[in-house]
Design a protein around this ligand. Structure first.
Ligand code: NAI
Length: 366
């Protein structure tokens, strides 16, 4: 490949591919014709290993996705001499070494399709919370297996009403989670975020801001994580923080797997410090067959509401992020770089958002 080449690393459609599955490597976000019309070529693949390194070396644009993430490491960035633009088809660009681009002084921009799947994820968070609170998955399995064991299910099932729910991160997804939980008449909604909500937004959901994550976990019956993965959140939920949770709390993480220490979480569920854990993000992805979250369970054999990374990749979300990628490419091809400000993570190497850590120097792209 030479300059003018676009590499797309997406998930495999394979035997399940349909024309609607825009996000598959085969369908390439429906952008093959559009890209060719702009005198670029596209190589779309689901391979993520060393076999794509030659393409990375020559690519001008790399499109990737959090669902089948290709890790754009320091080495890969240094090898990609023509690289100008990295686009995340979805939300969450932690699979790219953002700090390295920022420090390298290279003119590389990183954009994601902000908002494209926030509703999809917020709905999944509420679904996962309810599944764990109501012990729904074991109840469903019991029905499928021909059982009728009311006591087996009920001994570990509750209501959401009257519980305290806390979110780590109250950005686009975290706030939508609060909006969706508000009608459930919880005892209290809490949030921790170094960027406070405006009084107008906060009062709409009657949420209380706490001063620290420790304070949040000590008071919550249910904790949901809705912050990006960055140096300040990596392994944030570890043995030490878990010991500060309310005993028997539930934890839901649809943000990024590496925010939690996998074994510490599985141990906490086994010991009863957590009653259950659910979410759809893992590290690495795809998760190995023996990843502790595939089989974690509490003393009753319940408390696992894990799915593969699907919450932000349903068909509605795919249609939105495919269009978002097209719009970003359009701005790039035109040379105007008139991107939607909310999509920009790094602009020409400079951070343009505060979401990836409170320590970042941020340029104004408005
Ligand atoms: P956003 O940028 O609107 O909000 C993130 C919020 O987290 C910001 O308000 C930021 O200040 C806050 N934050 C950052 N570090 C924090 C910390 N240490 N403690 C507390 N708050 C902190 O992002 P959005 O759209 O809400 O997405 C959040 C994350 O969710 C993404 O970065 C991504 O990792 C994940 N995500 C997962 C998806 C899935 O399919 N499971 C799909 C979309 C996003």
């Amino acid at each position: 490949m030479s300059a003018g080449k676009i590499l797309a690393v997406l998930f495999k459609g394979g035997e399940y591919n349909t024309p609607k599955l825009l996000g598959s490597a085969e369908n390439a976000l429906g952008l093959k014709k559009f890209i060719q019309e702009h005198n670029r070529s596209i190589f779309s693949t689901s391979d993520k290993g060393p076999e794509i390194d030659d393409y990375i070396k020559e690519a001008e644009v790399i499109i990737s996705t959090p669902f089948n993430p290709v890790y754009i490491s320091k080495e890969r960035i240094d090898s990609a001499k023509n690289l100008k633009l990295l686009i995340t088809a979805g939300v969450g660009s932690d699979h790219v070494d953002l700090d390295h681009i920022n420090k390298s002084g290279r003119d590389i921009s990183v954009l994601e399709v902000t908002g494209s799947n926030t509703t999809s994820v917020a709905e999944h968070v509420v679904l996962t919370i309810l599944s764990l609170v109501k012990n729904f998955i074991p109840a469903h399995q019991n029905a499928m297996e021909g059982g009728w064991d009311i006591a087996k299910i009920s001994r570990d099932a509750y209501d959401l009403e009257g519980k305290v729910v806390g979110t780590i991160g109250a950005g686009r997804i975290g706030y939508k989670v609060l909006e969706r939980l508000y009608p459930f008449k919880t005892k209290e909604l809490l949030y921790y975020d170094y960027q406070p909500l405006s009084e107008e937004l906060r009062s709409k959901v009657d949420a209380r801001r706490v001063d620290s994550i420790e304070e949040l976990v000590a008071q919550s019956d249910i904790v949901t994580i809705n912050a990006p993965l960055h140096a300040g959140t990596k392994s944030l939920v570890n043995k030490e923080l878990l010991s500060k949770f309310k005993p028997g709390a539930l934890l839901v993480n649809t943000a990024r797997g590496a925010i939690c220490n996998a074994q510490d979480v599985a141990d906490a569920v086994k010991s009863g410090q957590l009653r259950g854990y659910g979410g759809d993000v893992w590290y690495p992805q795809p998760a190995p067959k023996d990843h502790p979250w595939r089989t974690l369970s509490n003393q009753y054999g319940d408390g696992n509401a894990m799915t593969p990374h699907v919450s932000g990749a349903n068909l509605d979300a795919q249609a939105r992020y495919a269009l978002g990628v097209k719009n970003i490419l359009q701005s790039y091809f035109s040379g105007k770089f008139d991107y939607r400000p909310q999509d920009v993570i790094l602009l020409h190497g400079q951070y343009a958002t505060k979401a990836y850590g409170s320590d970042k120097e941020v340029v104004d792209v408005n």
